[in-house]
Write a protein that binds this ligand. Structure first.
Ligand code: HEM
Length: 225
């Protein structure tokens, strides 16, 4: 499959996923009853109205981060509409910070207790770190470094998919209890975020494929159509 076709396919898939996230969390189950009914292993009292409001903000900015991040991988937008790419990039950065902030509130109440809370908080450090590194790289006109760091950052937008998929596999496939499965889901999501990013970089941003890329930023060669 050509890269542009693969990108279009991914954009459609991501859009459908985001519609599902919004409908599921704001329309179908706005009280997060399905999720909260299975919540065990926490050693503090959860203030439901506050938790729900934080979760709404979390999901809203997670959706914005996922959408804006996806758009900024478009070579067409990057080359033709640099101003949009830049503003959209800052929208992504602010959204990541707000997802992380809300995640920081929810982490201590995580299903599975302390170990899961620690894993989420590690992601709360690593995700913004990759994002800030991506900005620093482009400030130094290192486009390849910027793209690679953005891949490392953007994969975290799929944390929730990985958590639930891996937890589902552990619960249904290995017949593990829900709390153990969720714990497994969160730790394996963290590992998958890191591994998948390196895989994407090795395939799409290998030295042979990006040899001249940084020269675009320096204006030494023209971008391809
Ligand atoms: C960007 C895509 C993301 C989406 C769409 C998303 C969505 C959600 C949703 C809907 C919930 C409520 C529970 C559920 O149904 O799973 C949730 C909980 C949570 N999310 Fe996210 N999330 C995302 C990324 C992240 C990231 C990257 C982190 C960590 C850095 C994070 C940390 C948390 C925490 C700590 C909870 C509470 C978990 C619990 O109570 O057990 N989320 N998220």
């Amino acid at each position: 499959m050509k890269t542009s076709r693969l990108f279009a396919f991914l954009l459609v898939t991501i859009s459908l996923y985001l519609v599902y996230v919004l409908v599921d969390n704001y329309v179908v189950d706005p009280q997060a009853e399905q999720f909260l009914a299975l919540k065990t292993g926490i050693d503090r009292v959860l203030n439901l109205p506050v938790w729900l409001n934080v979760m709404y903000v979390h999901v809203a900015f997670a959706t914005i981060a996922t959408a804006s991040g996806a758009m900024n991988f478009s070579k067409y937008i990057r080359n033709r509409f640099r101003g949009f790419h830049r503003v959209n990039g800052y929208i992504y950065v602010v959204s990541v910070m707000l997802v992380v902030l809300t995640s920081g509130y929810m982490a201590p109440y995580s299903t599975g207790g302390k170990p899961v809370s620690v894993a989420y908080n590690m992601m709360n450090i690593v995700w913004p770190a990759f994002t800030v590194i991506a900005i620093m790289r482009i400030k130094k006109k290192d486009l390849v470094g910027h793209l690679r760091s953005m891949v490392r950052s953007y994969v975290f937008c799929f944390t929730n998919v990985f958590v639930h998929t891996m937890a589902f596999l552990a619960e249904q496939g290995l017949r593990l209890p829900h709390e153990t499965s969720y714990t497994f889901g969160v730790f394996s999501a963290f590992a998958l975020n890191l591994l998948i990013a390196e895989l994407i970089i090795a395939i799409f941003y290998a030295p042979s494929r990006v040899a001249n890329t940084s020269l675009y930023v320096k204006g030494e060669i023209q971008p391809q159509k």
